[in-house]
Ligand binder design. Sequence first.
Ligand SMILES: N[C@@H](CCC(=O)N[C@@H](CS)C(=O)NCC(=O)O)C(=O)O
Length: 102
Amino acid sequence: MSSVKDTVENAISSNKIVIFSKSWCGYSARAKKLFQEHFPEEKPLVLELDERDDGDAIQDYLAQKTGQTTVPNVFVSQKQVGGNDKTQAAFKSGELNRLVNL
Ligand SMILES: N[C@@H](CCC(=O)N[C@@H](CS)C(=O)NCC(=O)O)C(=O)O
């Protein structure tokens, strides 16, 4: 069985877009919607932490790794973008487009 660290690091290294999310979270919903609307050709890997036995451990590992304790926690091209607010801002500035197209 792989460790939580392996689960997170493999998700980030093997996928262009990874969204650590919670299924009931409105901020997560907005981040997922942004990618569906503006990057429909990309299929983000979404890990719904509230639906996984290792979800709390993943959230703890992400806090350690990124300093961010909340979801969503968005990574694009192996770079942490941040939560929904930062993801929306990165879209507006063009940074998200740049990262998606790396
Ligand atoms: N400003 C943050 C707000 C994120 C936020 O408050 N997320 C809530 C869930 S909707 C959270 O992670 N709460 C703590 C938890 O679920 O452990 C963003 O834009 O992403």
